[in-house]
Design a binder for this molecule. Structure first.
Ligand code: GLC
Length: 471
């Protein structure tokens, strides 16, 4: 174990903290020294980026910043009644929102319960939230609320572990209201009959056009975690009113069946009947064998399997998305057997999924005409770069958590050993490029906070796997 590297990461994480009226409330996305303050939005605190930071702080026993973060972001949650009853930072942020004028905005109001992608703290005095109205491509941050409730649940467990019940917050009326608004928004009845959640393009970590609209696996895994968190955080009346248990049950069965792919199932896809009508159809989404890309058959190991990226009419997105698969293992959305098969696949495909830096965000990259159509000719997402098959060090925390959970410490150790060779020397880049992830990302920020905290969480978990209980 590399103590000096851990110490360096801890210092960097500490330096990324931002304060509001003197209180620590979050961490900036990147503390890159060559970035101008106003350049892009890396000086904002992103909810999804804060998750591994929050986890690192909780493991370090620093609960205050996580509590403040949860209060501030709850204060920013869209709630058109804007109640300000409640205490502390929540009420402070809420009151400050009263002065903001929405009249002349060009946008219509999204459903209440939405959490921002990020917030900016201006001179410690003012907080400005971004719900996508300023984001590149105007993407909707569907995952923010899901990461928020996940972190809230982890925070409550950390308070239990430290035996400080008086520090718990989820029972407070303002939190109960926030949790319900969030889950109501996720569960709202719309045009869809699937138990999964339907989202627009770029609604999560992949927040650019990448063909991840519809029912992407990362959102479904987070949705599952959010529903399970709701079970633990709400009272039984609210759980019943939201019908949480039955939705969870349907969601689990659906994902384990419709998204799962292994060599046996792949052969079934090759033999699928098509144009089936009626309740007994096996090929529910009318998928044609011709649509199976060539690489899948070679890539799938005999013992391996994974959850495909997306499922919809005439469409199975065969790409492997790491975060969705890893979160499914961590949360037990997959069965034990499926979880083991995913890890087997990762081991078998070590060079394509881990390579020189754990780990690839998705595999394979889209290329040629597909790249033109799917990404809209996005130069940042050229093949094997950024969201299109780049390697993202932040994913190491989920990889390590998933492999330790399944008793595969060898994967965790191997991944950390690779990451350690480069991360600090390369100044903690946001992502790496190329098929094997060897090149520092062409447009990567340095001192990317979730790269730093992802590494720390991975190390803390390896040192003491009991921390897994938090997640
Ligand atoms: C980029 C990433 C997104 C991340 C943000 C801040 O927009 O695509 O996942 O949250 O940067 O790091």
């Amino acid at each position: 174990m590399n103590q000096s590297l851990i110490a360096e990461a801890e210092t960097c994480l500490q330096q990324s903290i931002r304060f509001y009226h003197g209180k620590p409330v979050g961490t900036v996305a990147a503390a890159d020294k060559v970035l101008l303050e106003e350049q892009l939005n890396y000086n904002e605190c992103f909810i999804r980026d804060f998750f591994p930071c929050g986890l690192a702080f909780l493991i370090q026993g620093k609960r205050e910043i996580v509590k403040n973060f949860l209060e501030v972001t709850l204060g920013l949650q869209l709630d058109w009644e804007n109640p300000i009853s409640g205490s502390g930072l929540f009420a402070q942020v809420r009151k400050s929102l009263l002065t903001q004028d929405h009249e002349n905005e060009e946008w219509v109001r999204p459903g209440q319960g939405l959490m921002p992608a990020s917030f900016l703290v201006i001179n410690q005095q003012e907080i400005k939230a971004d719900f996508g109205q300023r984001a590149i491509g105007r993407v909707t941050p569907v995952d923010s609320g899901l990461w928020w409730i996940f972190l809230l649940n982890v925070y409550e467990k950390a308070c239990d572990q430290a035996n400080v019940p008086e520090e718990k917050i989820a029972h407070r009326p303002e939190f109960q209201r926030g949790i319900k608004l969030l889950l109501e928004l996720c569960l709202a009845k719309r045009f869809d009959m699937n138990p999964t959640m339907l989202v627009p393009e770029g609604a999560f970590m992949i927040d650019r056009r990448m063909g991840v609209y519809g029912h992407p696996i990362e959102i479904q895994a987070l949705f599952y975690i959010a529903l399970k968190s709701g079970l633990g955080l709400l009272n039984s009346e609210d759980i019943q009113a939201l019908d949480l248990e039955s939705r969870l049950d349907k969601l689990v069965k659906y994902i384990r069946y419709q998204y799962w792919l292994d060599p046996v199932l792949l052969r079934r896809v090759y033999r699928y009947q098509t144009e089936e009508f009626g309740e007994t159809a096996l090929n529910k989404f009318n998928i044609y064998a011709n649509a199976v890309p060539d690489w899948v058959l070679r890539w799938l190991d005999r013992k391996g399997g994974y959850l495909v990226g997306n499922v919809g009419v005439g469409w199975m997105d065969f790409r492997f998305f790491s975060q969705g698969n890893l979160l499914s293992i961590i949360s037990a959305l997959t069965t034990d057997k499926q979880s083991e098969a995913i890890l087997t696949l990762i081991e078998q495909q070590w060079s394509s999924l881990i390579g020189e830096m754990p780990m690839k965000i998705c595999y394979p990259a889209v290329m040629g005409r597909d790249w033109e159509i799917i990404t809209g000719c996005d130069p940042k997402n050229v093949p094997w770069s950024y969201h299109n098959g780049g390697n993202w060090p932040v994913l190491i925390w989920s990889l390590v958590a998933a492999s330790l959970k399944m008793g595969q410490a060898n994967i965790a150790q191997g991944a950390i050993a690779i990451a350690e060779k480069y991360l600090a020397n390369d100044q903690w880049p946001e992502y790496y490029d190329d098929q094997d992830g060897k090149i520092i990302g062409r447009q990567a920020r340095l001192y990317q906070t979730w790269t730093i905290s992802g590494y720390l969480v991975a190390q803390y978990l390896l040192q003491n796997p009991q921390h897994l209980e938090l997640i």
